[in-house]
Design a protein. Structure first.
Length: 351
Protein backbone atom coordinates (compact mmCIF):
# COMPACT_ATOMS: atom_id res chain seq x y z
CA UNK A 1 0.00 0.00 0.00
CA UNK A 2 1.13 3.59 -0.53
CA UNK A 3 2.60 5.55 2.34
CA UNK A 4 -0.01 7.86 3.78
CA UNK A 5 0.24 11.51 4.71
CA UNK A 6 -0.81 13.10 7.98
CA UNK A 7 -4.12 13.99 6.32
CA UNK A 8 -4.87 10.35 5.58
CA UNK A 9 -3.65 9.33 9.03
CA UNK A 10 -5.99 11.88 10.53
CA UNK A 11 -8.94 10.57 8.53
CA UNK A 12 -8.13 7.04 9.60
CA UNK A 13 -7.96 7.96 13.28
CA UNK A 14 -11.40 9.52 12.96
CA UNK A 15 -12.73 6.48 11.12
CA UNK A 16 -11.44 4.00 13.69
CA UNK A 17 -14.02 4.80 16.33
CA UNK A 18 -17.10 4.52 14.13
CA UNK A 19 -15.73 1.55 12.17
CA UNK A 20 -15.19 -0.71 15.14
CA UNK A 21 -18.38 0.40 16.89
CA UNK A 22 -20.39 -0.44 13.77
CA UNK A 23 -18.67 -3.81 13.61
CA UNK A 24 -19.57 -4.51 17.22
CA UNK A 25 -23.17 -3.42 16.58
CA UNK A 26 -23.49 -5.62 13.50
CA UNK A 27 -22.03 -8.54 15.43
CA UNK A 28 -24.47 -7.86 18.28
CA UNK A 29 -21.71 -7.67 20.86
CA UNK A 30 -19.71 -10.67 19.62
CA UNK A 31 -16.24 -9.15 19.45
CA UNK A 32 -14.64 -12.13 17.71
CA UNK A 33 -17.22 -11.81 14.95
CA UNK A 34 -16.61 -8.06 14.85
CA UNK A 35 -12.92 -8.65 14.21
CA UNK A 36 -13.77 -11.05 11.40
CA UNK A 37 -16.11 -8.47 9.87
CA UNK A 38 -13.55 -5.70 9.72
CA UNK A 39 -10.88 -8.01 8.37
CA UNK A 40 -13.25 -9.21 5.63
CA UNK A 41 -13.21 -5.80 3.94
CA UNK A 42 -9.50 -5.18 4.47
CA UNK A 43 -8.19 -6.01 0.96
CA UNK A 44 -10.54 -3.78 -0.97
CA UNK A 45 -10.08 -0.85 1.38
CA UNK A 46 -6.29 -0.90 1.30
CA UNK A 47 -6.13 -0.79 -2.50
CA UNK A 48 -8.09 2.45 -2.84
CA UNK A 49 -7.25 4.23 0.41
CA UNK A 50 -7.40 8.02 0.29
CA UNK A 51 -8.73 10.82 2.49
CA UNK A 52 -12.31 10.80 1.22
CA UNK A 53 -12.58 7.03 1.10
CA UNK A 54 -11.09 6.68 4.56
CA UNK A 55 -14.10 8.61 5.81
CA UNK A 56 -16.66 6.89 3.59
CA UNK A 57 -15.40 3.39 4.30
CA UNK A 58 -15.84 3.99 8.01
CA UNK A 59 -19.49 3.20 7.39
CA UNK A 60 -18.46 -0.10 5.82
CA UNK A 61 -16.38 -1.36 8.73
CA UNK A 62 -12.92 -0.08 7.83
CA UNK A 63 -10.29 -1.99 9.88
CA UNK A 64 -8.60 1.26 10.73
CA UNK A 65 -6.14 -0.07 13.27
CA UNK A 66 -4.95 -2.62 10.72
CA UNK A 67 -4.65 0.00 7.99
CA UNK A 68 -2.82 2.35 10.31
CA UNK A 69 -0.34 -0.34 11.27
CA UNK A 70 0.43 -1.01 7.61
CA UNK A 71 0.77 2.52 6.31
CA UNK A 72 2.37 4.13 9.33
CA UNK A 73 4.61 3.48 12.32
CA UNK A 74 3.64 1.70 15.51
CA UNK A 75 2.78 5.10 16.92
CA UNK A 76 -0.06 5.45 14.45
CA UNK A 77 -1.51 2.10 15.47
CA UNK A 78 -1.49 3.49 18.99
CA UNK A 79 -3.26 6.65 17.85
CA UNK A 80 -5.96 4.65 16.10
CA UNK A 81 -6.45 2.64 19.27
CA UNK A 82 -6.88 5.89 21.20
CA UNK A 83 -9.84 6.83 19.02
CA UNK A 84 -11.27 3.34 19.35
CA UNK A 85 -11.01 3.48 23.12
CA UNK A 86 -13.60 6.26 23.30
CA UNK A 87 -16.32 3.92 22.09
CA UNK A 88 -15.67 0.69 23.94
CA UNK A 89 -14.42 -0.34 27.34
CA UNK A 90 -10.70 -0.26 27.97
CA UNK A 91 -10.01 -4.00 28.03
CA UNK A 92 -12.19 -4.68 25.00
CA UNK A 93 -10.46 -1.96 23.01
CA UNK A 94 -7.07 -3.27 24.06
CA UNK A 95 -7.93 -6.83 23.04
CA UNK A 96 -9.31 -5.79 19.64
CA UNK A 97 -6.47 -3.46 18.78
CA UNK A 98 -3.72 -5.62 20.22
CA UNK A 99 -4.91 -8.68 18.32
CA UNK A 100 -4.89 -6.76 15.03
CA UNK A 101 -1.44 -5.33 15.72
CA UNK A 102 0.07 -8.61 16.93
CA UNK A 103 -1.17 -10.44 13.85
CA UNK A 104 0.86 -7.96 11.81
CA UNK A 105 3.97 -8.72 13.82
CA UNK A 106 4.29 -5.35 15.56
CA UNK A 107 6.77 -5.74 18.40
CA UNK A 108 5.60 -4.79 21.89
CA UNK A 109 2.16 -4.02 20.46
CA UNK A 110 0.42 -4.82 23.72
CA UNK A 111 2.55 -2.32 25.65
CA UNK A 112 2.20 0.42 23.06
CA UNK A 113 -1.56 -0.03 22.81
CA UNK A 114 -1.98 -0.19 26.56
CA UNK A 115 -0.22 3.15 26.84
CA UNK A 116 -2.33 4.65 24.07
CA UNK A 117 -5.62 3.45 25.51
CA UNK A 118 -4.67 4.68 28.96
CA UNK A 119 -4.34 8.17 27.53
CA UNK A 120 -7.43 8.08 25.34
CA UNK A 121 -9.96 9.76 27.62
CA UNK A 122 -7.60 12.47 28.80
CA UNK A 123 -6.53 13.32 25.27
CA UNK A 124 -9.71 12.80 23.24
CA UNK A 125 -12.74 12.85 25.54
CA UNK A 126 -15.02 15.75 24.65
CA UNK A 127 -12.63 16.90 21.92
CA UNK A 128 -14.02 17.66 18.49
CA UNK A 129 -12.53 15.41 15.83
CA UNK A 130 -12.62 17.76 12.86
CA UNK A 131 -12.87 16.43 9.34
CA UNK A 132 -9.62 16.86 7.40
CA UNK A 133 -11.61 18.06 4.39
CA UNK A 134 -13.14 21.03 6.20
CA UNK A 135 -10.97 23.56 4.40
CA UNK A 136 -12.24 26.64 2.63
CA UNK A 137 -15.62 28.16 3.38
CA UNK A 138 -18.61 26.78 5.33
CA UNK A 139 -22.02 26.12 3.82
CA UNK A 140 -23.66 29.12 2.15
CA UNK A 141 -27.10 30.11 0.94
CA UNK A 142 -26.56 28.35 -2.39
CA UNK A 143 -24.84 25.25 -0.92
CA UNK A 144 -26.00 21.64 -0.83
CA UNK A 145 -24.86 20.22 2.53
CA UNK A 146 -25.79 17.25 4.68
CA UNK A 147 -25.51 16.07 8.25
CA UNK A 148 -25.69 12.66 9.93
CA UNK A 149 -26.15 11.01 13.29
CA UNK A 150 -25.23 7.34 13.59
CA UNK A 151 -24.40 4.86 16.40
CA UNK A 152 -23.33 5.32 19.25
CA UNK A 153 -24.09 8.20 18.64
CA UNK A 154 -21.60 10.02 16.43
CA UNK A 155 -22.48 13.31 14.77
CA UNK A 156 -21.33 14.89 11.51
CA UNK A 157 -22.26 18.53 11.08
CA UNK A 158 -23.22 20.41 7.92
CA UNK A 159 -19.59 21.44 7.55
CA UNK A 160 -18.26 17.87 8.00
CA UNK A 161 -17.03 18.17 11.55
CA UNK A 162 -17.22 14.97 13.59
CA UNK A 163 -17.91 14.65 17.31
CA UNK A 164 -19.45 12.23 19.82
CA UNK A 165 -21.82 12.61 22.75
CA UNK A 166 -22.45 9.55 24.90
CA UNK A 167 -24.68 11.10 27.53
CA UNK A 168 -28.49 11.14 27.88
CA UNK A 169 -30.49 14.21 26.92
CA UNK A 170 -33.36 15.73 24.92
CA UNK A 171 -31.62 18.00 22.42
CA UNK A 172 -32.37 20.26 19.46
CA UNK A 173 -30.78 18.59 16.45
CA UNK A 174 -31.87 21.16 13.85
CA UNK A 175 -33.79 24.41 14.18
CA UNK A 176 -34.65 26.79 11.35
CA UNK A 177 -37.61 28.64 9.87
CA UNK A 178 -38.83 25.52 8.05
CA UNK A 179 -38.68 22.88 10.77
CA UNK A 180 -37.51 21.80 14.20
CA UNK A 181 -36.04 18.36 14.93
CA UNK A 182 -35.38 17.06 18.45
CA UNK A 183 -33.55 13.89 19.47
CA UNK A 184 -33.58 11.91 22.71
CA UNK A 185 -30.50 9.94 23.73
CA UNK A 186 -30.50 7.24 26.42
CA UNK A 187 -27.57 5.59 28.13
CA UNK A 188 -26.52 2.06 27.13
CA UNK A 189 -23.75 1.34 29.62
CA UNK A 190 -20.60 3.20 28.53
CA UNK A 191 -22.28 4.60 25.41
CA UNK A 192 -25.74 5.85 24.44
CA UNK A 193 -28.28 5.70 21.63
CA UNK A 194 -30.82 7.94 19.95
CA UNK A 195 -34.03 6.30 21.13
CA UNK A 196 -36.61 8.78 19.83
CA UNK A 197 -36.85 11.72 17.43
CA UNK A 198 -39.52 14.37 16.96
CA UNK A 199 -39.85 16.49 13.81
CA UNK A 200 -42.18 19.49 13.68
CA UNK A 201 -43.01 20.52 10.13
CA UNK A 202 -45.76 23.06 9.69
CA UNK A 203 -48.69 22.08 11.91
CA UNK A 204 -47.64 18.41 12.15
CA UNK A 205 -45.23 16.58 14.44
CA UNK A 206 -43.72 13.24 13.42
CA UNK A 207 -42.28 11.20 16.27
CA UNK A 208 -40.08 8.22 15.32
CA UNK A 209 -39.54 5.44 17.88
CA UNK A 210 -37.15 2.52 18.11
CA UNK A 211 -38.35 -0.56 16.26
CA UNK A 212 -39.95 1.32 13.38
CA UNK A 213 -43.07 2.65 15.13
CA UNK A 214 -44.02 6.30 14.67
CA UNK A 215 -46.60 8.82 15.83
CA UNK A 216 -48.19 11.71 13.96
CA UNK A 217 -49.43 14.44 16.28
CA UNK A 218 -49.20 12.03 19.20
CA UNK A 219 -51.22 9.22 17.59
CA UNK A 220 -50.07 6.04 15.85
CA UNK A 221 -51.89 6.19 12.49
CA UNK A 222 -53.52 3.13 10.94
CA UNK A 223 -51.96 4.09 7.60
CA UNK A 224 -49.17 6.59 6.89
CA UNK A 225 -50.40 10.07 5.96
CA UNK A 226 -49.45 11.11 2.45
CA UNK A 227 -47.88 14.38 3.54
CA UNK A 228 -46.67 16.28 6.59
CA UNK A 229 -47.15 19.98 7.11
CA UNK A 230 -49.73 20.01 4.33
CA UNK A 231 -47.23 19.54 1.50
CA UNK A 232 -44.19 17.40 2.32
CA UNK A 233 -44.42 13.75 1.17
CA UNK A 234 -43.96 11.08 3.85
CA UNK A 235 -42.64 7.66 2.81
CA UNK A 236 -42.72 4.80 5.33
CA UNK A 237 -41.11 1.40 4.72
CA UNK A 238 -40.03 -1.48 6.93
CA UNK A 239 -36.52 -0.09 7.23
CA UNK A 240 -36.80 3.68 7.10
CA UNK A 241 -38.96 6.79 7.10
CA UNK A 242 -38.35 9.55 4.54
CA UNK A 243 -39.67 13.09 4.66
CA UNK A 244 -39.25 14.77 1.25
CA UNK A 245 -38.71 18.51 1.50
CA UNK A 246 -38.55 19.36 -2.20
CA UNK A 247 -35.66 20.17 -4.50
CA UNK A 248 -33.91 16.90 -3.62
CA UNK A 249 -33.89 17.71 0.10
CA UNK A 250 -34.96 15.04 2.55
CA UNK A 251 -34.76 13.75 6.11
CA UNK A 252 -34.28 10.02 6.62
CA UNK A 253 -34.79 8.07 9.86
CA UNK A 254 -33.56 4.47 10.05
CA UNK A 255 -33.55 1.92 12.85
CA UNK A 256 -30.12 0.34 13.18
CA UNK A 257 -29.35 -2.04 16.07
CA UNK A 258 -31.17 -0.19 18.86
CA UNK A 259 -30.36 3.27 17.53
CA UNK A 260 -32.26 5.69 15.29
CA UNK A 261 -29.98 6.92 12.51
CA UNK A 262 -30.61 10.34 10.96
CA UNK A 263 -29.50 11.64 7.56
CA UNK A 264 -30.44 15.08 6.23
CA UNK A 265 -29.66 16.32 2.72
CA UNK A 266 -30.42 20.02 2.56
CA UNK A 267 -29.96 23.26 0.60
CA UNK A 268 -29.23 26.73 1.88
CA UNK A 269 -32.49 28.03 0.43
CA UNK A 270 -34.31 26.37 3.35
CA UNK A 271 -31.53 25.63 5.85
CA UNK A 272 -29.39 28.79 5.83
CA UNK A 273 -30.41 29.73 9.38
CA UNK A 274 -30.06 26.18 10.75
CA UNK A 275 -28.45 25.68 14.16
CA UNK A 276 -28.35 22.91 16.76
CA UNK A 277 -26.52 19.64 17.34
CA UNK A 278 -26.16 19.25 13.56
CA UNK A 279 -24.09 22.41 13.55
CA UNK A 280 -24.65 25.96 12.42
CA UNK A 281 -25.06 26.06 8.64
CA UNK A 282 -22.79 29.00 7.86
CA UNK A 283 -20.15 28.49 10.56
CA UNK A 284 -17.44 25.98 11.39
CA UNK A 285 -17.25 24.55 14.90
CA UNK A 286 -19.80 23.58 17.54
CA UNK A 287 -21.64 26.87 17.88
CA UNK A 288 -24.00 27.84 20.69
CA UNK A 289 -27.41 29.45 20.63
CA UNK A 290 -25.91 32.94 20.54
CA UNK A 291 -24.14 32.08 17.24
CA UNK A 292 -20.95 33.36 18.81
CA UNK A 293 -19.79 30.90 21.48
CA UNK A 294 -17.86 27.87 20.17
CA UNK A 295 -17.60 24.70 22.26
CA UNK A 296 -14.87 22.05 22.36
CA UNK A 297 -16.42 20.09 25.26
CA UNK A 298 -19.23 18.08 23.70
CA UNK A 299 -21.03 17.59 27.03
CA UNK A 300 -21.29 21.37 27.39
CA UNK A 301 -22.39 21.63 23.75
CA UNK A 302 -25.17 19.09 24.39
CA UNK A 303 -26.29 21.04 27.46
CA UNK A 304 -26.32 24.20 25.35
CA UNK A 305 -28.81 22.59 22.97
CA UNK A 306 -30.83 20.73 25.60
CA UNK A 307 -34.56 21.26 25.10
CA UNK A 308 -35.43 23.93 27.65
CA UNK A 309 -38.99 25.25 27.94
CA UNK A 310 -37.84 28.21 30.03
CA UNK A 311 -35.87 29.41 26.99
CA UNK A 312 -38.95 29.10 24.81
CA UNK A 313 -38.11 25.73 23.26
CA UNK A 314 -41.19 23.77 22.13
CA UNK A 315 -41.80 20.37 23.74
CA UNK A 316 -42.23 17.98 20.82
CA UNK A 317 -42.02 14.57 22.52
CA UNK A 318 -45.24 13.00 23.79
CA UNK A 319 -43.41 11.54 26.80
CA UNK A 320 -41.32 13.75 29.08
CA UNK A 321 -37.58 13.34 29.52
CA UNK A 322 -36.62 11.27 32.55
CA UNK A 323 -34.17 13.89 33.80
CA UNK A 324 -31.94 16.76 32.84
CA UNK A 325 -28.90 16.03 30.70
CA UNK A 326 -26.69 13.22 32.01
CA UNK A 327 -23.06 13.59 31.01
CA UNK A 328 -21.12 10.86 29.28
CA UNK A 329 -19.23 8.62 31.73
CA UNK A 330 -15.52 8.93 32.35
CA UNK A 331 -14.48 5.51 31.11
CA UNK A 332 -11.29 5.23 33.12
CA UNK A 333 -8.60 7.33 34.76
CA UNK A 334 -5.32 7.18 32.84
CA UNK A 335 -2.14 6.26 34.61
CA UNK A 336 0.19 9.33 34.42
CA UNK A 337 3.18 7.26 33.29
CA UNK A 338 1.21 5.51 30.55
CA UNK A 339 -0.34 8.82 29.52
CA UNK A 340 3.13 10.24 28.92
CA UNK A 341 4.01 7.26 26.74
CA UNK A 342 0.80 7.65 24.75
CA UNK A 343 1.40 11.35 24.17
CA UNK A 344 4.94 10.66 22.99
CA UNK A 345 3.77 7.90 20.64
CA UNK A 346 1.24 10.19 18.98
CA UNK A 347 3.08 13.51 19.10
CA UNK A 348 4.25 13.47 15.48
CA UNK A 349 0.83 12.48 14.13
CA UNK A 350 -1.43 15.01 15.82
CA UNK A 351 -1.85 18.26 13.93
Amino acid sequence: PPRSSKRINGACVKAASSAFQLAVDVAQGDYDTAIALVQAVYDGVIIALNVRKARDYAKQLVPCVVIGALVGPVGFAACAARALAICVAKQTALRLAAQAALELGIRNADLVLEAAIAGACALLRATVRTCVECEGEPCKGDSDCNSEEYPDPHFRTWNSEYYDFHGACDMIYVRNDLLELHIRTERRGSWSAVSRTALRLGSDTLEVLLGGAYLVNGVEPATPPAVLGGMYPLEVSSGSIFVRLGGGQYIEFRNFFSNIVIRIDAHGSDFLESAGMAGTWSMFGLVGRDRNTTFTDTSLFAEEWEVNATLGDPILFTTPAESMCIEAPEMFTPDPALLAVAEAACADLLE
